[in-house]
Design a protein around this ligand. Structure first.
Ligand code: G1P
Length: 893
């Protein structure tokens, strides 16, 4: 580990952190202000893609671009002090490393620097409830003599959208206008530059600063030019040659690259004396013209050392409390603390989307469809109260052709495609059901299936095969032919998503790959590509849904659905049956449905649930049978794909094995693979995908070709991203699948590889799961990855066996002795307005790793009856207790 934990609340410490190219996220609880910060104080501060306070920073900028750094210069006016800077020996610059230690926690970043004469601490955080980044610089004279210092802060101001970095960077700077006030500066550009249609800029970008008890700066340098003079950012003349700062507005500052550089008064420090400087940085997205010269109102919340300290403490408490909703205690401080960070990752992705951290220098914010649903697997546990509304809102993203809006913003708005490309990812229909399934099981709220929600409608029809801009409606609600907003039940949405694809097959009778599946990198096989990998999962969804339908029947024997959907329910008595073995027949059927739904009648029909179950079972049986027969390879694993020439992708090719983890994961998870096939597949995975040196599992074997008939992934260097990296999202899904199918030792080996690689020095990472590890074991794409949500979900549901079935608790642990650091593991979570604490007690430590079985269960001290698969505790039983804390103890042998 490059870090060590310093408490049991997730705080950690890294020595010499600048050795690594790392960054840390800061944000408030709503994600209204998003920052990244590195050990040299680089990174950016923004509100969204169009409002960056500081210049957007990619990963390589962190170490190499001085204009992406927050900085602070301390000039020591003493002849005796030398050798602290490069040119001027008496200048200490806080973005440079000295003897540095980083301390970080939820959610703050603290750098501790020891120079020859000063001890310095730079604390950065965004208060959980205030969208402003705070920087507190504490300086203590540790020398034995009096020192006089000249302090100057430096924050680059950008005030534009991300794309202006390479689109009229200079021209857009001409729009800049700054307004100086007593405590700082506000930048409010005149226009928001966008050649497609410039608009009046409303946002104001501000930085304010003060010393100790609200002493305002002496003056400032409002432009980059006035700061650098004839020097540059390495040797700015304002510092080197003690330029005089200004404190009045001047027309000359307009139309320039601006900065917020504040000169504070010279300060005399006696030995051990301390001085603090504070910077407050933020964005006011609706700054009224008449207020540009005033001090932003947010300042009053943070304008004293006490208020800032209080806000810092409150912020730590807020995040600790937020994370305590579900508590896991393996009696192993390192692992427990690491888990806390993994637990916050889905929340960070909710707030950041897949953009706005230095590796994620793409996208425009908002979350992708599949990420949104998968992150909810953990958010259902951490934010249970919000779950239902989030789910209902998200379902409005489904189109009637089974595809969906691909982006959802933080505010819950749906967007067709962030890059205005007409495309469909074929796996998207799989994920909502998985999340809905967990929600229903967790809450018992089966009725959500009957709840009506709208559909998404835009210019794309027939799964993006037809574009019709004329029908584009502003509000994106699907309407019937008489222009009424059409709503259907959640069940209907699920059916549409899972049944349309059933018919959307290619020439191998496997569901078409369309523009890609989970693997975004398989994006060049749109004509003839097919994804068996996700056909496995659709088969499973169709079957699994029948369980809920059986239960829904208890309330009512019928459900009401869109009339046109009957076209696809061909097994219902009066309908003509499709020959499922004939791919052309399936395609024809889908086309009939897609034609008919271009203009909906709005009519609904009642369908008997029994008939619906019959239809779904027929479909899933057909798929399972077909897949088992056609996609199992004699090499002992499953094929998952056909390429754009219609050729099988996996197997043995000229003596080289081509195998992809995704195909194996979903064959196992879906139940397609038999137990003996799982055993063989596992051997193949170990042989071809396990890296014995690094200990992890790769996403695919080396195909040794750029494979233009499949996708960009194969053009990446082997061992990176979607080409054979240790891709944690798929690895954790592999462990989930193995656990689910009862392969416990194997599941452990897989899930444990993630932790082992994460904490290894080679990973060079803070405590989190990165998206992937490369060939040298380094973690890349930090924080914003779906693997975190799947990790927590797998830990809770599979490893710790805290499962829910229609609102009741099923305890079904899949633990082995290696999971135990002592003889106890604890998990607690809110359940039926109470807190339930479940403790596993290891009776005697077994030497081998045979899965442990339940010996006895005690609920509040009373023994509970065991069932064959575990121990079911009805929610009524829990509700029967008056106490607010319920204890369950499970003895394992
Ligand atoms: C990322 C994307 C995810 C995609 C995956 C593979 O994974 O966010 O949607 O399925 O790449 O292309 P993540 O960063 O979530 O681990």
């Amino acid at each position: 580990m490059i870090y060590e934990f310093i408490d049991d609340k997730g705080a950690f410490r890294v020595k010499d952190p600048h050795k690594y190219n790392l960054y840390f996220p800061l944000c408030d609880k709503e994600g209204s202000l998003l920052s990244s910060i590195s050990p040299n104080l680089a990174g950016d501060i923004k509100r969204n893609n169009n409002q960056f306070l500081t210049p957007p920073a990619s990963i390589e900028d962190l170490k190499n671009n001085l204009l992406c750094r927050r900085d602070f210069f301390i000039k020591i006016n003493s002849k005796k002090i030398k050798n602290v800077g490069i040119k001027s020996k008496n200048i200490i610059r806080l973005s440079y490393p000295y003897k540095d230690t980083l301390e970080a926690g939820f959610l703050y970043h603290k750098l501790i620097k020891e120079t020859e004469s000063l001890n310095i601490e730079v604390l950065s955080f965004i208060p959980y409830d205030i969208p402003a980044e705070v920087m507190r610089i504490k300086i203590i004279n540790k020398s034995s003599e009096n020192l006089e210092i000249t302090p100057t802060s430096f924050i680059p101001l950008y005030g534009r959208g991300e794309k202006n970095l390479r689109d009229h960077r200079h021209v857009s700077s001409l729009l800049n206008r700054v307004y100086l006030n007593k405590f700082g500066i506000t930048l409010k550009p005149t226009l928001f530059f966008d050649e497609e249609g410039h608009s009046v800029n409303k946002a104001g970008y501000f930085v304010l600063g003060f010393e100790d008890d609200k002493q305002y700066p002496l003056g400032q340098f409002p432009t980059l030019d006035s700061f650098c003079g004839q020097g540059d950012l390495i040797f700015p003349q304002a510092i080197e040659d003690d330029f005089e700062p200004v404190n009045k507005n001047n027309k000359e500052f307009d139309g320039k690259e601006n900065i917020a550089a504040f000169r504070f008064n010279n300060k005399k420090l006696k030995p051990n004396e301390e001085v603090n400087y504070f910077l407050i940085m933020g964005i006011d997205s609706e700054l009224d013209e008449k207020n540009v010269k005033s001090i932003p109102p947010i300042f009053s919340k943070l304008d004293s050392p006490d208020k800032i300290e209080q806000s810092f403490q409150n912020t730590k408490e807020y995040w600790e409390e937020y994370l305590s909703n579900i508590n896991i205690d393996f009696k192993n401080n390192d692992f427990n603390n690491w888990l806390l960070w993994v637990k916050i990752q889905p929340t960070l992705r909710k707030l950041f989307g897949c953009s706005f951290l230095p590796h994620f220098d793409y996208g425009k914010g908002g979350r992708g469809w599949r990420d949104l649903w998968q992150d909810s697997l953990t958010l259902l546990l951490t934010e249970p109260k919000k779950a239902k509304n989030i789910i209902l809102n998200n379902f409005q993203g489904v189109r009637v052709d089974g595809s969906n809006a691909t982006i959802i913003t933080k505010e819950g708005d749906l967007i067709s495609d962030r890059n205005k490309i007409s495309r469909v990812w074929m796996d998207h229909g799989v994920w909502p059901y998985l999340t809905l399934r967990l929600y229903i099981n967790k809450t018992g709220d089966l009725n959500i299936l009957n709840q009506d929600v709208g559909y998404f409608s835009d210019h794309l029809f027939k799964r993006a095969k037809e574009i019709n801009c004329k029908v584009l409606q502003k509000d994106n609600f699907l309407r019937t032919k008489d222009i009424k907003i059409y709503k259907g039940t959640v069940l209907e949405h699920i059916l549409i998503q899972n049944i349309t694809v059933f018919f959307n097959v290619g020439q191998h009778n496997i569901i078409k790959l369309e523009n890609a599946d989970w693997n975004d990198g398989l994006d060049m096989a749109v004509d003839k590509g097919e994804s068996a990998a996700f056909t496995y999962m659709y088969a499973r969804n169709l079957k699994d849904l029948c369980f809920f339908l059986e239960n829904l029947k208890i309330e009512s024997p019928t459900v009401c659905i869109m009339k046109e959907l009957l076209i696809l329910l061909d097994q219902i008595k009066s309908n003509t049956k499709v020959d499922y073995n004939n791919y052309k027949d399936k395609q024809k059927k889908l086309d009939e449905y897609l034609e008919n739904t271009k203009q909906l009648t709005g009519d609904k029909v009642n369908v008997k649930i029994d008939d619906l179950i019959f239809d779904l079972e027929k479909k899933s049986e057909h798929l399972f049978e077909w897949l088992r027969k056609k996609e199992w390879l004699k090499q002992g694993f499953f094929n998952g794909y056909y390429d754009n020439k219609g050729k099988r992708v996996e197997g043995l090719f000229k003596g080289k094995t081509r195998i992809m983890l995704t195909s194996q994961v979903f064959a196992i998870m879906s139940g397609t693979a038999s137990d003996s096939q799982i055993k063989q597949t596992w051997q193949s995975i170990k042989k071809h995908l396990k890296d014995n040196k690094l200990g992890g599992f790769r996403l695919n074997s080396d195909f040794g070709t750029i494979y233009r008939d499949m996708g960009r992934a194969f053009a990446f260097s082997y061992g990176d991203k979607e080409n054979g990296a240790f891709f944690n999202h798929m690895i954790v899904m592999l462990s989930n699948a193995l656990y689910k199918r009862g392969f416990i030792k194997e599941g452990y080996e897989v899930i444990n590889s993630i932790y082992t690689m994460s904490i290894d020095d080679k990973s060079q990472s803070y405590p989190i799961i990165p998206e992937y590890f490369n060939n040298s074991g380094r973690g890349l794409y930090l924080y914003l990855t779906g693997s975190a949500s799947w990790y927590i979900y797998t830990m809770v549901e599979e490893v710790l066996g805290v499962k829910f079935i229609l609102g009741n608790l099923l305890i079904e642990p899949k633990l082995i002795s290696l999971n135990f650091s002592s003889n106890e593991i604890k998990i607690s979570w809110p359940f039926e307005e109470r807190k339930v604490t479940l403790t596993y007690i290891l009776q005697n430590k077994k030497k081998n790793n045979v899965p442990l079985v339940i010996d006895k269960v005690f609920l509040e001290g009373e023994p509970v009856l065991l069932q064959s698969t575990g121990c079911m505790i009805k929610k009524q039983t829990i509700k029967g207790f008056k106490k607010k804390e319920i204890k369950i103890r499970v003895h394992l042998v």
